[in-house]
Design a protein around this ligand. Structure first.
Ligand SMILES: Nc1nc2c(ncn2[C@@H]2O[C@H](COP(=O)(O)OP(=O)(O)OP(=O)(O)O)[C@@H](O)[C@H]2O)c(=O)[nH]1
Ligand SMILES: [Mg+2]
Length: 375
């Protein structure tokens, strides 16, 4: 593991656990943590302090926020180390695990888009004769690097366009097979994999840390004569800048194929956080092109949730469901204790359209309901 230090803005201190978990997943061992007063820059004093105390063995400084290009530059110049921010950290994790060619390309595109303003700052500084020596032979190299980045981005965009066409052909053939695709989505550690395991009889790893699941997984199960494909997905995380959100969630491209979505909520979270996650969760679904699907809101961890909060969440739900969602149901479940799974299946058969047909499945779902065995 590479050694790194973490700089975290004071206002994000409640996300320290998340920061450490993400750093570890990306392959960094954090040997020191500094707090900074500002969200997007570092005071001079802190830059000097970090640089003076920096062990040789450290390769990277992670600024867990959105530092301006100029503060990245200053920190790099003084410390002579690689400096990355939160988005780059997350992209590094996803780059390691991107499954498809398309996902790899989208992540690469996001990295370049994110890097371009920083390289522009280098160019600006180099024109002022202010360039850290370790950045290579100097200004011309940076100009060349910049041109390399922009032409690479153009190449990736063309390739992505090609991949997109292939994908739409592939999707067409899948739809014909008549399986009911159900994606299980939600924030990190909501209990998606726990639910997936209960629904499919699998035993995929679950855990308290973030990104326990780094690949989408499918499993076919037949329930009541219906062939389902359940898809376990990678957890959403907070504060992803809108301009890279699409690329970032390319790892979630499977969701686009779904006939229905199970949105898993950790109902042991504080009310405000639950609301925030529901809202931004739907936002993410819309951005990856998966709105317009019927949704089950699965209020998970009901065994440890406060009853009062659950009631409040249920009452306020209508205002959080976007108008693009044709149909939704709410179920209270505990994936861990296997509670509410029956109700979840019932809700599912209730909202699903018949595969291959547009109309709703009133008869079909009534039949499924009547046949549903007690679990
Ligand atoms: N008390 C309680 N804990 C649960 C329940 N469901 C899941 N958990 C716990 O929540 C943690 C996260 O569960 P996972 O199933 O790994 O969550 P995930 O959403 O797949 O997480 P990522 O893959 O990291 O995004 C684990 O420690 C689970 O044991 C539940 O119903 N009740
Ligand atoms: Mg998981």
């Amino acid at each position: 593991m590479e050694e790194a230090i973490l700089v975290i803005p004071r206002e994000k201190i409640d996300q320290l656990d998340e920061a450490l978990a993400l750093a570890e997943t990306a392959g960094y061992k954090i040997i020191r943590v500094y707090k900074t007063r500002y969200r997007n820059r570092l005071g001079k004093g802190l830059i000097y302090m970090i640089s003076d105390e920096l062990p040789e063995s450290v390769t990277t400084i992670i600024f867990y926020g959105s530092p301006s290009p100029s503060s990245i530059f200053q920190l790099m110049k003084k410390s002579r180390k690689r400096v990355i921010d939160r988005v780059q950290l997350i992209l590094e994790i996803f780059a390691k695990h991107a499954g498809s060619r398309e996902a790899q390309l989208q992540i690469e595109a996001a990295r370049i888009k994110h890097e371009i303003p920083i390289v522009r700052e280098w160019i600006r500084r180099s024109k002022m004769g202010e360039l850290p020596g370790f950045l290579g032979p100097g200004r011309y190299a940076i100009d060349a690097y910049y041109r390399h980045l922009t032409s690479k981005l153009a190449r990736i965009r063309r390739e992505l366009e090609k991949q997109r066409r292939i994908r739409s052909v592939r999707r067409g053939s899948r739809e014909k097979k008549g399986f009911v695709h159900v994606s299980i989505v939600g924030y990190a550690s909501a209990g998606k994999t726990s639910l997936f395991n209960v629904l499919t009889g699998e035993s995929k790893p679950v855990g308290r840390e973030y990104f326990t699941t780094l690949h989408t997984k499918h499993k076919r199960v037949n329930y009541n004569g219906v062939d389902y494909i359940f898809v376990d997905t990678v957890g959403f995380i907070r504060d992803i800048p809108p301009e890279i959100i699409e690329s970032f969630y390319s790892t979630l491209e499977e969701i686009v194929y779904s006939d229905a979505i199970v949105f898993v909520i950790d109902s042991s979270d504080p009310l405000q956080i639950i609301h925030e996650k529901i809202r931004s969760g739907f936002d993410i679904l819309a951005r990856i092109g998966a709105s317009g699907r019927p949704v089950i809101i699965a209020l998970n961890k009901i065994d440890v949730a406060e009853a009062e909060i659950v009631v409040k969440v249920k009452n306020s739900l209508p205002q959080y469901i976007p108008p693009t969602v044709p149909e939704y149901r709410v179920v209270e479940i505990s994936a861990k204790k296997r509670k509410g799974i029956d109700q979840l299946f019932l809700a599912l058969t209730d909202i699903l359209p018949v595969p291959g047909r547009d109309e709703r499945t009133k008869n079909h779902s009534a039949k499924a309901r009547a046949q549903a065995p007690e679990r």
